[in-house]
Design a protein. Structure first.
Length: 193
C-alpha cells in the first residue's frame, strides 16, 4: 500500500509540474467542462432537441450521472482524503474555487465525465466517419478531464482512476436497467385503460 501511495504522489507531481503556459490556460477550462452541472446541461439540450432517441438517452445519462454522484459522495465523506494542494508542498494550483472544502477521493468530475461518455457514446454513432461510435471521442474527452484534475492540483491519479471506474460501472448498470428506467410503453400487448 505504501508503494502505491508513493507512486501516486510521484505521478501527481509529474503531471502537476508539467511546464506549459498553454496547458495552464486550457486545463482549468476543460476541468470546469467536466463537472456534473455541465453534463446535466448537455442532457437537457439532448432531451429538448434530440428527438425521441435524444430524450431516452438523456434520461439514461441523467440516471448514470446521479448514480455516480451518489457513489462519489458516499466515498468522499467516508474516506475524507484531503486534496493534494492541502496535503502536499509545492503544488501548482490552477483553480480558484471552494475545492479545499471538499475531499479528494474519488474524482467526481472524472466519474461524471465517464458516466456520460459511456451512456451517450454507446447510443450514438458518427455516420460521417463510417458509423464510428461516439464513445471513442467522448472517452478521450473524459480522460482529458481526469488528467486536467491532476494537472490543476485538485486530485491524485488514484482519485481519477477510481472516479473513471465509478463512472463506467454506473453507466453500465444504468444501461443494463435501460428498459426498466425508460418503462417502455410502446408494447402493443399492454392494454391501456
Amino acid at each position: 500500500m505504501e508503494y502505491i501511495l508513493l507512486n501516486n504522489t510521484v505521478l501527481f507531481y509529474a503531471v502537476n509540474h508539467i511546464n506549459s503556459p498553454f496547458l495552464d490556460w486550457l486545463m482549468p477550462i476543460i476541468s470546469d467542462l467536466g463537472n456534473l452541472i455541465f453534463w446535466l446541461f448537455i442532457c437537457v439540450i439532448l432531451f429538448l432537441f434530440g428527438g425521441k432517441k435524444g430524450k431516452n438517452v438523456a434520461i439514461l445519462a441523467i440516471f448514470a450521472l446521479i448514480l455516480s454522484s451518489v457513489v462519489v459522495g458516499l466515498l468522499k465523506y467516508s474516506i475524507v482524503e484531503p486534496r493534494p494542494f492541502i496535503a502536499l508542498q509545492n503544488v501548482k494550483l490552477l483553480t480558484v474555487s471552494t475545492a479545499e472544502y471538499y475531499t479528494s477521493f474519488p474524482s467526481g468530475h472524472t466519474a461524471s465525465s465517464f458516466a456520460f461518455a459511456v451512456v451517450v457514446g454507446l447510443k450514438y454513432k458518427i455516420k460521417s466517419l463510417g458509423n464510428l461510435r461516439l464513445i471513442y471521442p467522448l472517452l478521450t474527452y473524459a480522460f482529458i478531464v481526469g488528467f486536467s484534475r491532476i494537472y490543476i492540483g485538485v486530485h491524485y491519479p488514484i482519485d481519477v482512476l477510481i472516479g473513471a471506474l465509478i463512472g463506467i460501472i454506473c453507466a453500465w448498470i444504468v444501461l443494463k436497467l435501460e428498459n426498466r428506467i425508460l418503462k417502455r410503453n410502446d408494447n402493443p400487448t399492454v392494454k391501456k385503460k
